[in-house]
Design a protein around this ligand. Structure first.
Ligand SMILES: [Zn+2]
Length: 317
Protein backbone atom coordinates (compact mmCIF):
# COMPACT_ATOMS: atom_id res chain seq x y z
CA UNK A 1 0.00 0.00 0.00
CA UNK A 2 1.28 3.42 -0.77
CA UNK A 3 -0.66 6.57 -0.39
CA UNK A 4 -4.40 6.46 0.13
CA UNK A 5 -6.27 8.22 -2.63
CA UNK A 6 -8.40 9.79 0.03
CA UNK A 7 -5.44 11.08 2.00
CA UNK A 8 -6.37 13.76 4.47
CA UNK A 9 -5.13 17.27 4.65
CA UNK A 10 -2.37 16.42 7.08
CA UNK A 11 -0.62 14.32 4.46
CA UNK A 12 -0.73 17.01 1.88
CA UNK A 13 1.84 19.51 0.89
CA UNK A 14 1.66 22.66 -1.10
CA UNK A 15 3.46 22.28 -4.33
CA UNK A 16 4.05 25.52 -6.11
CA UNK A 17 4.49 24.18 -9.61
CA UNK A 18 4.61 27.51 -11.36
CA UNK A 19 3.49 31.02 -10.78
CA UNK A 20 0.21 29.97 -12.36
CA UNK A 21 -0.25 26.54 -10.96
CA UNK A 22 -0.50 25.26 -7.45
CA UNK A 23 -2.02 22.04 -6.33
CA UNK A 24 -2.43 19.81 -3.40
CA UNK A 25 -0.28 16.90 -4.44
CA UNK A 26 -1.12 13.52 -2.99
CA UNK A 27 1.58 11.87 -5.06
CA UNK A 28 4.39 13.62 -6.83
CA UNK A 29 3.47 13.78 -10.44
CA UNK A 30 3.73 16.55 -12.95
CA UNK A 31 3.75 15.99 -16.70
CA UNK A 32 6.67 17.97 -18.03
CA UNK A 33 4.64 19.93 -20.51
CA UNK A 34 2.69 21.45 -17.64
CA UNK A 35 5.79 23.29 -16.65
CA UNK A 36 5.98 24.95 -20.03
CA UNK A 37 2.31 25.64 -20.38
CA UNK A 38 2.13 28.81 -18.27
CA UNK A 39 4.50 30.50 -20.72
CA UNK A 40 2.19 29.64 -23.58
CA UNK A 41 -0.81 30.72 -21.57
CA UNK A 42 0.77 34.05 -20.75
CA UNK A 43 1.25 34.64 -24.45
CA UNK A 44 -2.28 33.50 -25.13
CA UNK A 45 -3.60 35.84 -22.45
CA UNK A 46 -1.89 38.76 -24.10
CA UNK A 47 -3.26 37.79 -27.47
CA UNK A 48 -6.78 37.27 -26.15
CA UNK A 49 -6.75 40.62 -24.41
CA UNK A 50 -4.91 42.76 -26.88
CA UNK A 51 -5.22 41.40 -30.38
CA UNK A 52 -7.94 40.11 -32.65
CA UNK A 53 -7.43 36.54 -33.75
CA UNK A 54 -5.78 36.52 -37.13
CA UNK A 55 -5.83 33.46 -39.30
CA UNK A 56 -2.17 34.01 -40.07
CA UNK A 57 -1.38 33.10 -36.46
CA UNK A 58 -2.41 29.55 -37.15
CA UNK A 59 0.94 28.84 -38.73
CA UNK A 60 3.09 30.88 -36.38
CA UNK A 61 5.47 28.54 -34.56
CA UNK A 62 5.77 31.05 -31.69
CA UNK A 63 2.07 30.72 -31.02
CA UNK A 64 0.62 29.34 -27.81
CA UNK A 65 -0.19 25.66 -27.94
CA UNK A 66 -2.91 23.70 -26.24
CA UNK A 67 -2.94 19.95 -26.25
CA UNK A 68 -5.89 17.61 -26.54
CA UNK A 69 -6.05 13.83 -26.77
CA UNK A 70 -6.08 12.72 -30.40
CA UNK A 71 -8.10 9.54 -29.96
CA UNK A 72 -10.21 10.26 -26.88
CA UNK A 73 -11.97 7.51 -24.96
CA UNK A 74 -15.39 7.75 -23.28
CA UNK A 75 -15.45 9.13 -19.77
CA UNK A 76 -16.75 6.63 -17.20
CA UNK A 77 -20.34 7.67 -16.55
CA UNK A 78 -22.00 7.89 -13.17
CA UNK A 79 -25.50 8.43 -11.83
CA UNK A 80 -25.44 10.70 -8.83
CA UNK A 81 -27.86 13.08 -7.18
CA UNK A 82 -26.96 16.77 -7.17
CA UNK A 83 -27.32 18.99 -4.13
CA UNK A 84 -30.79 19.88 -5.38
CA UNK A 85 -31.71 16.20 -5.69
CA UNK A 86 -31.68 16.25 -9.50
CA UNK A 87 -29.84 13.43 -11.27
CA UNK A 88 -26.33 14.28 -12.50
CA UNK A 89 -24.57 12.21 -15.15
CA UNK A 90 -22.32 12.62 -18.13
CA UNK A 91 -25.01 11.26 -20.42
CA UNK A 92 -27.28 14.01 -19.10
CA UNK A 93 -24.85 16.63 -20.40
CA UNK A 94 -24.61 15.09 -23.88
CA UNK A 95 -23.95 17.62 -26.58
CA UNK A 96 -22.16 19.99 -24.21
CA UNK A 97 -18.52 20.34 -23.29
CA UNK A 98 -18.18 18.91 -19.78
CA UNK A 99 -15.64 19.94 -17.17
CA UNK A 100 -15.50 17.44 -14.32
CA UNK A 101 -13.93 19.16 -11.35
CA UNK A 102 -12.88 16.95 -8.44
CA UNK A 103 -12.44 19.13 -5.36
CA UNK A 104 -12.83 19.26 -1.60
CA UNK A 105 -14.03 21.94 0.76
CA UNK A 106 -10.73 21.79 2.68
CA UNK A 107 -8.58 22.19 -0.45
CA UNK A 108 -7.21 25.73 -0.77
CA UNK A 109 -6.45 25.64 -4.52
CA UNK A 110 -9.95 24.26 -5.11
CA UNK A 111 -11.47 27.24 -3.33
CA UNK A 112 -9.16 29.54 -5.27
CA UNK A 113 -10.33 28.31 -8.67
CA UNK A 114 -14.03 28.12 -7.88
CA UNK A 115 -14.87 31.76 -8.80
CA UNK A 116 -13.20 31.18 -12.18
CA UNK A 117 -15.31 28.08 -12.76
CA UNK A 118 -18.46 30.02 -11.88
CA UNK A 119 -17.42 32.70 -14.38
CA UNK A 120 -16.69 30.12 -17.08
CA UNK A 121 -20.04 28.43 -16.56
CA UNK A 122 -21.72 31.81 -16.79
CA UNK A 123 -19.87 32.77 -19.97
CA UNK A 124 -20.48 29.48 -21.79
CA UNK A 125 -23.97 28.83 -20.37
CA UNK A 126 -25.38 26.83 -23.22
CA UNK A 127 -22.31 25.01 -24.43
CA UNK A 128 -20.59 24.03 -21.17
CA UNK A 129 -21.60 21.91 -18.22
CA UNK A 130 -19.28 22.01 -15.25
CA UNK A 131 -19.88 19.22 -12.75
CA UNK A 132 -18.34 19.63 -9.30
CA UNK A 133 -17.44 16.33 -7.66
CA UNK A 134 -16.71 16.81 -3.98
CA UNK A 135 -14.41 14.23 -2.43
CA UNK A 136 -13.64 13.40 1.19
CA UNK A 137 -16.74 15.08 2.45
CA UNK A 138 -17.84 14.01 5.90
CA UNK A 139 -20.97 16.13 5.86
CA UNK A 140 -22.81 16.95 2.60
CA UNK A 141 -24.02 20.09 4.32
CA UNK A 142 -20.47 21.44 4.01
CA UNK A 143 -20.86 21.24 0.24
CA UNK A 144 -24.23 23.02 0.46
CA UNK A 145 -22.64 25.84 2.45
CA UNK A 146 -19.73 26.06 0.03
CA UNK A 147 -22.07 26.18 -2.96
CA UNK A 148 -24.11 28.95 -1.38
CA UNK A 149 -21.03 30.95 -0.36
CA UNK A 150 -19.49 30.80 -3.85
CA UNK A 151 -22.71 31.20 -5.82
CA UNK A 152 -22.16 27.88 -7.57
CA UNK A 153 -24.08 27.87 -10.85
CA UNK A 154 -23.39 24.28 -11.92
CA UNK A 155 -24.32 20.84 -10.54
CA UNK A 156 -22.47 19.67 -7.45
CA UNK A 157 -22.38 16.08 -6.28
CA UNK A 158 -20.57 14.21 -3.55
CA UNK A 159 -18.38 11.70 -5.40
CA UNK A 160 -18.21 8.24 -3.86
CA UNK A 161 -14.90 6.41 -3.88
CA UNK A 162 -15.98 4.20 -6.82
CA UNK A 163 -16.38 7.21 -9.08
CA UNK A 164 -12.99 8.55 -8.05
CA UNK A 165 -11.42 5.18 -8.79
CA UNK A 166 -13.02 5.02 -12.23
CA UNK A 167 -11.20 8.28 -12.89
CA UNK A 168 -7.83 6.89 -11.86
CA UNK A 169 -7.95 7.50 -8.15
CA UNK A 170 -7.63 11.32 -8.13
CA UNK A 171 -4.14 11.77 -6.73
CA UNK A 172 -4.29 15.51 -6.18
CA UNK A 173 -6.87 18.24 -5.83
CA UNK A 174 -8.20 19.88 -7.76
CA UNK A 175 -8.23 17.46 -10.68
CA UNK A 176 -10.31 18.35 -13.71
CA UNK A 177 -11.23 16.33 -16.76
CA UNK A 178 -12.34 18.04 -19.93
CA UNK A 179 -14.82 16.11 -22.07
CA UNK A 180 -15.79 16.87 -25.65
CA UNK A 181 -19.42 17.03 -26.76
CA UNK A 182 -19.34 13.26 -27.27
CA UNK A 183 -18.49 12.63 -23.61
CA UNK A 184 -14.89 11.63 -24.31
CA UNK A 185 -11.98 12.76 -22.15
CA UNK A 186 -9.72 15.07 -24.11
CA UNK A 187 -7.59 16.50 -21.30
CA UNK A 188 -6.87 16.16 -17.61
CA UNK A 189 -5.50 18.91 -15.41
CA UNK A 190 -4.05 18.24 -12.00
CA UNK A 191 -3.69 21.21 -9.72
CA UNK A 192 -4.81 24.78 -9.98
CA UNK A 193 -4.82 25.77 -13.65
CA UNK A 194 -5.01 29.15 -15.22
CA UNK A 195 -8.72 29.56 -16.08
CA UNK A 196 -7.61 30.87 -19.45
CA UNK A 197 -6.30 27.42 -20.27
CA UNK A 198 -9.72 25.91 -19.62
CA UNK A 199 -11.30 28.60 -21.73
CA UNK A 200 -8.89 28.05 -24.63
CA UNK A 201 -9.61 24.32 -24.55
CA UNK A 202 -13.35 24.83 -24.32
CA UNK A 203 -13.28 27.27 -27.22
CA UNK A 204 -11.15 24.87 -29.27
CA UNK A 205 -13.68 22.09 -28.68
CA UNK A 206 -16.48 24.45 -29.69
CA UNK A 207 -14.54 25.35 -32.86
CA UNK A 208 -14.39 28.99 -31.77
CA UNK A 209 -11.42 31.19 -32.62
CA UNK A 210 -8.51 31.01 -30.19
CA UNK A 211 -5.08 32.63 -30.22
CA UNK A 212 -3.45 29.24 -29.84
CA UNK A 213 -2.55 26.23 -31.89
CA UNK A 214 -4.15 22.91 -31.00
CA UNK A 215 -1.90 19.88 -30.87
CA UNK A 216 -3.05 16.36 -30.24
CA UNK A 217 -1.31 13.69 -28.21
CA UNK A 218 -1.79 10.02 -27.50
CA UNK A 219 -2.73 9.05 -23.98
CA UNK A 220 0.12 6.98 -22.56
CA UNK A 221 -1.33 6.76 -19.08
CA UNK A 222 -1.71 10.45 -18.26
CA UNK A 223 -5.49 10.18 -18.57
CA UNK A 224 -6.38 6.50 -18.41
CA UNK A 225 -3.89 4.49 -16.39
CA UNK A 226 -4.56 1.40 -18.49
CA UNK A 227 -2.88 3.23 -21.37
CA UNK A 228 0.41 3.18 -19.48
CA UNK A 229 1.31 0.18 -21.61
CA UNK A 230 1.74 2.59 -24.53
CA UNK A 231 4.24 4.73 -22.66
CA UNK A 232 7.81 4.85 -23.92
CA UNK A 233 9.11 7.05 -21.09
CA UNK A 234 8.17 6.74 -17.45
CA UNK A 235 8.72 9.03 -14.47
CA UNK A 236 11.84 8.12 -12.53
CA UNK A 237 13.04 5.49 -15.00
CA UNK A 238 16.38 6.04 -16.72
CA UNK A 239 16.48 4.23 -20.05
CA UNK A 240 19.53 6.11 -21.29
CA UNK A 241 21.93 3.16 -21.00
CA UNK A 242 19.73 0.80 -22.99
CA UNK A 243 19.56 0.01 -26.66
CA UNK A 244 16.18 0.40 -28.37
CA UNK A 245 15.67 -3.34 -28.13
CA UNK A 246 16.64 -3.46 -24.46
CA UNK A 247 14.31 -0.58 -23.74
CA UNK A 248 11.43 -2.47 -25.34
CA UNK A 249 12.25 -5.50 -23.20
CA UNK A 250 12.30 -3.35 -20.07
CA UNK A 251 8.97 -1.70 -20.95
CA UNK A 252 7.48 -5.14 -21.59
CA UNK A 253 8.62 -6.25 -18.15
CA UNK A 254 7.20 -3.11 -16.53
CA UNK A 255 3.81 -3.88 -18.04
CA UNK A 256 3.93 -7.55 -17.12
CA UNK A 257 4.92 -7.21 -13.48
CA UNK A 258 2.64 -5.85 -10.78
CA UNK A 259 3.65 -3.57 -7.97
CA UNK A 260 2.47 -4.22 -4.43
CA UNK A 261 -0.26 -1.65 -5.02
CA UNK A 262 -1.96 -3.91 -7.57
CA UNK A 263 -1.14 -1.86 -10.64
CA UNK A 264 1.65 -2.69 -13.06
CA UNK A 265 5.10 -1.21 -12.50
CA UNK A 266 4.52 1.10 -15.48
CA UNK A 267 1.17 2.26 -14.11
CA UNK A 268 2.65 2.78 -10.67
CA UNK A 269 5.42 4.98 -12.11
CA UNK A 270 2.75 7.22 -13.63
CA UNK A 271 0.22 7.08 -10.82
CA UNK A 272 2.58 7.31 -7.88
CA UNK A 273 6.07 8.23 -8.99
CA UNK A 274 7.12 8.42 -5.32
CA UNK A 275 6.43 4.70 -4.84
CA UNK A 276 9.71 3.10 -3.68
CA UNK A 277 8.59 -0.39 -4.74
CA UNK A 278 8.11 0.35 -8.43
CA UNK A 279 11.08 2.68 -8.36
CA UNK A 280 13.35 -0.09 -7.07
CA UNK A 281 11.92 -2.79 -9.32
CA UNK A 282 12.11 -0.73 -12.50
CA UNK A 283 15.71 0.24 -11.72
CA UNK A 284 16.57 -3.43 -11.10
CA UNK A 285 14.91 -4.50 -14.34
CA UNK A 286 16.78 -1.82 -16.30
CA UNK A 287 20.04 -3.08 -14.78
CA UNK A 288 19.17 -6.72 -15.56
CA UNK A 289 18.22 -5.89 -19.14
CA UNK A 290 21.40 -3.85 -19.64
CA UNK A 291 23.56 -6.70 -18.31
CA UNK A 292 21.82 -9.45 -20.31
CA UNK A 293 23.62 -10.84 -23.35
CA UNK A 294 22.43 -9.34 -26.62
CA UNK A 295 19.93 -11.77 -28.13
CA UNK A 296 20.28 -13.05 -31.68
CA UNK A 297 18.71 -10.80 -34.30
CA UNK A 298 16.06 -13.34 -35.25
CA UNK A 299 14.65 -13.96 -31.78
CA UNK A 300 12.77 -11.29 -29.90
CA UNK A 301 14.26 -10.37 -26.53
CA UNK A 302 11.33 -11.81 -24.68
CA UNK A 303 8.69 -13.87 -26.42
CA UNK A 304 6.29 -13.89 -23.50
CA UNK A 305 3.40 -11.65 -24.47
CA UNK A 306 2.48 -9.19 -21.77
CA UNK A 307 -1.21 -9.13 -20.98
CA UNK A 308 -3.05 -5.84 -21.16
CA UNK A 309 -2.45 -4.07 -17.89
CA UNK A 310 -5.82 -3.29 -16.39
CA UNK A 311 -5.96 -3.40 -12.61
CA UNK A 312 -9.00 -5.23 -11.27
CA UNK A 313 -8.92 -3.21 -8.10
CA UNK A 314 -8.34 0.49 -7.87
CA UNK A 315 -4.64 1.08 -7.38
CA UNK A 316 -3.06 2.56 -4.29
CA UNK A 317 -5.83 2.36 -1.80
ZN1 LIG B 1 3.32 0.89 -6.45
Amino acid sequence: MHLAAGARCGLLEWNVMTSFGTSLILTSRAPHWRLLLPCFIAIAALLLCCAPVASAQATNPQQAVIRLVGHPEPAPDFQLAGLDGKPVSIAGAKGKIVLLNFWATWCGPCRAETPDLVALQNKYKDALEIIGLAVDVDDPEEVQKFAAAFGINYPMVVAPIEVRMHYGGITALPTSFLLDTEGRIVQKHVGLSNPLLYELEIRALLHLAIPARVETFEDTGQIFLKNAERATELPGVDFSGLTAQQKLAALRAFNGETCTCGCTLAQCRIYDSACPISSGRTAAIVAEVAAAPVPAEASPPNSTPSPPAVPKEPPHR
